[in-house]
Write a new protein. Structure first.
Length: 289
């Protein structure tokens, strides 16, 4: 199992030290969330809590994940960087491709593009992108980005993108892996065409059915023979939960979190380090003594 440490909701001035500490502890990588803004009054329903309300505040830090990846790569040697998730369809494709490919180049190919279609319509309105076509658009965006990030002369003729031969340089030295987040049938079909799937925090009881649906999507896409990563959090893990999840096909999971009473709150870096150290002792280094 490859363990990731989320830096979501983390104060920006702690990020470098926490990333270096994660590498020392043996975490495979660190992950970042993605939002452009938080509104004073929440307008859009948040799909992932029972109340429909977010659990962070307008003051919660949401740094740009590609700037973060490039910066943290300069301070680490082996750590990977993953977006969980980058809301691609609220951005224009060319600027997104430029940001990801530049970060990948500077990070020695240690970045993974984790993509979701987003839930906050307000952000789409602010950036001038259509919220209602975001699923169809992201399918084209991913195809176009793969072409652009190759660094070769490419063209594309589709519904949302139509351009004659052009080149974006520099390209990446290796193809950036693409993971798709979401649990809808459309998200699973999208994930099956790429390199991995990003789940939510699932209970152990939910995992078998979800992974069966994912396998079916990969079978229908004809991609079962390709390497594929399955990343998901496990809700309230019991002893042995990660081992059981791995036996089902989960290859990556999240480490500890920095929430306080279920909310994103500022906290001292020593608190965060203690949580990371305890998680590493119990799960990453278990049985290695």
């Amino acid at each position: 199992m490859k363990f990731w440490q989320s830096l979501a909701f983390c104060e920006l001035d702690q990020a470098v030290e926490l990333a270096k500490f994660a590498e020392e502890l043996g975490f495979y990588g660190v992950s970042f969330g993605d939002h452009l803004v938080t509104t004073k009054t929440q307008v859009d329903e948040y799909f992932y809590t029972k109340s429909g309300q977010v659990f962070w505040h307008p003051e919660t830090h949401w740094p740009d994940p590609w700037v973060m990846s490039a910066a943290l790569a300069r301070e680490t040697r082996t750590l990977r960087f993953l977006t969980t998730v980058y809301v691609l369809p609220m951005r224009d494709t060319f600027n997104a491709a430029k940001a990801v490919s530049t970060a990948a180049y500077l990070a020695d190919d240690r970045v993974i593009l984790g993509v979701g279609i987003g839930w906050q319509k307000t952000e789409f309105v602010l950036t001038g992108q259509d919220f209602h076509t975001r699923g169809k658009r992201v399918d084209e965006q991913l195809e176009v980005m793969r072409k652009l990030m190759s660094g070769e002369m490419v063209e594309y003729h589709g519904r949302f993108h139509d351009f004659a031969p052009l080149q974006m340089s520099p390209g990446t030295r290796r193809q950036v892996p693409i993971f798709i987040g979401g649990t809808s049938d459309a998200a699973l079909r999208r994930a099956a065409r790429y390199d991995g799937w990003l789940g939510l925090r699932h209970t152990e009881e939910e995992l078998p059915d979800m992974l069966a649906k994912l396998r079916q999507a990969r079978e229908q896409a004809g991609t079962l023979d390709r390497p594929f990563e399955v990343w998901t959090g496990i809700d309230s893990p019991k002893p042995g939960a990660f081992e059981r999840a791995e036996a089902l096909g989960v290859t990556m999971t999240n480490g500890t979190h920095f929430l306080v009473d279920g909310k994103a709150q500022p906290s001292d870096i020593s608190f965060k380090k203690r949580r990371m150290e305890e998680f590493a002792r119990r799960h990453i280094h278990a049985g290695s003594a």
